[in-house]
Design a protein around this ligand. Structure first.
Ligand code: CO
Length: 217
């Protein structure tokens, strides 16, 4: 069963060893990633491949629509372990255009249990109804909601006790907001970059303004 995947794996391991015969020995006992990637589960957005990082270089949390929910113990545990144990230097919240989760939420598509998870996206859209009222609920609306979601989830990361505590003890930690395009395989920085608890709200508001300005009429 799934023979080809084992074959792929064998080839992959061989290729790594060709580059560095001690590679697996070196990372066997410990990982020292500098980055925590919080992204979408979408199969087209794999963290390591997109950023050209090797095993051991990026700690990853992925869920549908890259959400950071205040009470999601899974996500919070990943953040806590990454920040307090692994001591990552950067956290990137990475959304992507054409996100099926965002599209389902914006169109109120019924998909089952996952609708409850995606309710968070609908809440977010509702919070910004004054803007979405003026955008067509077509590709542009989805596009903008994908971006807004990254901005919002970046703020959520910054508001966790984990990040607040890290900044309070002067731990070097920067939170980034990125978006990936399936069309060209490129990452873009949405400009919301935060490295201390000072002015989080002001930086967030500026990012929102910038986001709203870039809406095509
Ligand atoms: Co997605």
């Amino acid at each position: 069963m799934l023979e080809h995947l084992f074959k792929n794996n064998q080839n992959w391991a061989n290729n790594i060893l060709k580059e560095d015969k001690d590679f697996f020995k070196k990372i066997e006992t410990q990982q020292t990633p500098s980055y925590l990637w919080i992204g979408c589960s979408d199969s087209r957005v794999p963290a390591n491949q997109i950023t050209g990082l090797l095993p051991g270089e990026v700690f990853v949390h992925r869920n549908i629509a890259n959400l950071v929910i205040h009470t999601d113990l899974n996500c919070l545990s990943v953040i806590q372990y990454a920040v307090e144990v692994l001591k990552v230097k950067h956290i990137m919240v990475v959304g992507h255009y054409g996100c099926g989760g965002i599209e389902a939420a914006i169109r109120s598509k019924k998909l089952g249990l996952v609708d409850n998870w995606l309710r968070h996206i609908q809440d977010l859209k509702q919070k910004f109804n004054h803007i979405f009222d003026h955008i067509e609920e077509d590709a542009t609306g989805c596009h903008k909601l994908c971006e807004l979601n990254v901005i919002e989830q970046t703020l959520n990361v910054c508001q966790t006790t984990i990040i607040q505590d890290a900044w309070e003890r002067q731990q070097a930690l920067t939170v980034h907001s990125w978006i990936y395009s399936l069309k060209d395989g490129l990452l873009r920085d949405l400009g919301l970059t935060i490295d201390s608890s000072a002015n989080v709200n002001a930086i967030y508001q500026a990012a929102l303004q910038n986001w709203a300005l870039n809406i095509e009429p």
